[in-house]
Design a binder for this molecule. Structure first.
Ligand code: BTN
Length: 257
């Protein structure tokens, strides 16, 4: 296993920002959030070989064993426009998927809103969290967990989580590529042309899905993902076909086979 290397990452990334590589931390998101409150600069990039309490969406834990994944977070200055803030998670999904595909010569897909899939398994999760200062969103911590070579997952993740597992993966190169792809997209905001790539890589467009809303599973057909990441569905509303857009990231979507 090639270890994470601060100097290689620092040299490769496009912003002249600080890179911190740790052996172990509770969560790179939580730690970067602490550092942001202490005034660390936007662009700062924190990576760890393992996390003891990796945070997932919806209060779940992100399994983060030593050296078999990329557990990393970077700090982004909050864009002025709310639409741009909302677009950060879709931009991150495209940046990650593009980076993996470029570095490993494979084809990953995006499951709404920001899970990356390879060979029908979730190989990456993304968690963006706002740093709020005096009631304003000051910056965003963008957290990314990629399973590069994890072989064994806890039983509750079996059959669902997977790893890229393509020979020896250069995690330093992959981390740099994710970072640079993300800031390339962000620098072009408010342009949304990267969303065409998102739609091409989408696992859900054109599929029947079930989504969990107000504790109830509902059925829908995914027509599109709009430019700010809304899931555009056709739903059956008492015999009438209706168009609905789901925006919240706290909705679970399952593909109906
Ligand atoms: C999810 O799919 O539920 C989101 C998982 C996000 C995991 C990453 S790993 C690096 C960063 N630090 C954390 O504590 N979480 C994110």
């Amino acid at each position: 296993m090639i270890k994470l290397d601060k100097a290689i990452i620092q040299q490769g990334i496009k912003n002249n920002a600080g890179v911190i590589v740790l052996d172990e931390i509770d969560s790179t998101n939580v730690e970067l959030m602490r550092m942001a409150r202490e005034g660390v600069k936007p662009g700062s990039f924190l990576l760890a070989e393992s996390q003891t309490n990796g945070k997932g969406r919806m209060g779940r834990e992100f399994f983060s064993p030593y050296g078999t994944g990329l557990y990393m977070s970077f700090l982004v200055k909050a864009p002025e426009d709310t639409m741009d803030i909302l677009s950060i998670t879709t931009a991150t999904s495209v940046a990650v998927s593009r980076a993996i595909d470029e570095c490993l010569g494979i084809s990953t897909q995006i499951k709404w809103v920001n899970d990356i899939y390879y060979k029908s398994r979730k190989v990456c999760g993304i968690l963006a969290e706002a740093v709020v200062v005096e009631n304003d969103i000051d910056s965003i911590v963008v957290g990314i967990g990629i399973n590069t070579s994890t072989e064994y997952f806890p039983s509750e993740l079996e059959g669902y989580a997977g790893a890229l597992g393509v020979s020896e993966i250069d995690r330093n190169q992959l981390a740099v590529s994710v970072y640079n792809n993300f800031f390339d997209i962000l620098d072009k905001f408010p342009a949304r042309d990267y969303m065409d790539e998102y739609r091409e890589k989408s696992l859900v467009i054109g599929k029947n899905v079930r989504f969990l809303e107000d504790d109830k599973w509902k059925d829908g057909f995914v027509v599109d993902v709009d430019d700010i990441g809304g899931l555009v569905l056709q739903v059956d509303d008492g015999g009438v076909r209706r168009r609905r857009v789901i925006r919240t990231g706290e909705v679970s979507v399952r593909i109906k086979e």
